[in-house]
Design a binder for this molecule. Structure first.
Ligand SMILES: Nc1ncnc2c1ncn2[C@@H]1O[C@H](COP(=O)(O)OP(=O)(O)OP(=O)(O)O)[C@@H](O)[C@H]1O
Length: 238
């Protein structure tokens, strides 16, 4: 298995909090990032996305250092808990921004947007405004926007947290279908260990600002003899 991303001695200080991340993320896998509240999951993702710039260390994509690149230049697309759609722009335009921030869209782009909407189950929704969509539909639009960017890495921060349980499962199914289709590497932050176990091939446990465990999901689920992970997974409780 080759690695899509390596974080080597990546350090960051935010106020009183220090972070040190060192790990490798396997190419083409669904990688769950989990841990207690405040452990540093979002910070880990923000460093990969380029929203936080590391104080030290290296972030490599297929061996190339991307740690100084602007977020828009990085090989990543993003989906957040809140779908982050612009309220005053229709669905078509919101997705188009994923392709060209300046919105110079040609026929091929229009076709790509229609096709992405069809893939997420929203064919024909181009003219709808975000306020007229349900929470699940808004999240589907965010997925379509990530799809049209065609980046090899998809980063998601608690993408289903605002959805009810059955919708969560539908959206997780959609995520896995998109992943199978594109063969991309998915990095998904979730505080929900069951969700990680359901959808991830590989998982990372963040504890007090660093990677405490990184392992294939079956080994991860045993707790890997890490007391904090075992407690998080409630393995020792009976
Ligand atoms: N800009 C900042 N300045 C100071 N402290 C920060 C900043 N951003 C995050 N932190 C702190 O860093 C720690 C890790 O935050 P982070 O959001 O990465 O945690 P998390 O694991 O994603 O938590 P949660 O599951 O609650 O979202 C927290 O204690 C948070 O308060």
């Amino acid at each position: 298995m080759t690695d899509a991303i390596e974080m080597r001695g990546v350090t960051l200080r935010l106020g009183q909090n220090g972070f040190l991340f060192d790990c490798a993320l396997p190419e083409g896998a669904v990688i769950g990032v989990t841990g207690a509240s405040g452990a540093g999951k979002s910070t880990f993702l923000n460093l990969l996305a380029g929203f936080d710039m590391a104080d030290g260390g290296r972030i490599l994509f297929r061996g190339k250092d991307i740690g100084r690149q602007h977020p828009a230049e990085r090989p990543v697309s993003l989906v957040f808990q809140d779908s982050n759609l612009f309220a005053h722009l229709d669905v078509f335009t919101n997705i188009g921004l994923g392709i060209h921030p300046a919105l110079k869209l040609g026929n091929a782009d229009r076709h790509a947007i229609a096709s992405a909407l069809a893939k997420v189950g929203l064919a024909g929704f181009e003219k709808r405004m975000p306020a007229t969509l349900s929470g699940g539909e808004r999240q589907r639009v965010a997925f379509a926007r990530a799809l049209v960017r065609e980046r090899p890495i998809l980063l998601l921060d608690e993408p289903f947290a605002a959805l009810d349980p059955s919708l969560r499962r539908d959206m997780a199914g959609l995520l896995l279908a998109m992943h199978r289709d594109s063969g991309n590497t998915v990095v998904i932050v979730s505080h929900d260990a069951d969700e990680i176990r359901r959808i991830a091939d590989y998982a990372i446990f963040i504890d007090h600002g660093s990677v405490a465990v990184a392992a294939p999901i079956d080994r991860f689920s045993t707790g890997e003899d890490n007391a904090a992970l075992r407690q998080f997974l409630r393995i020792d409780e009976s």
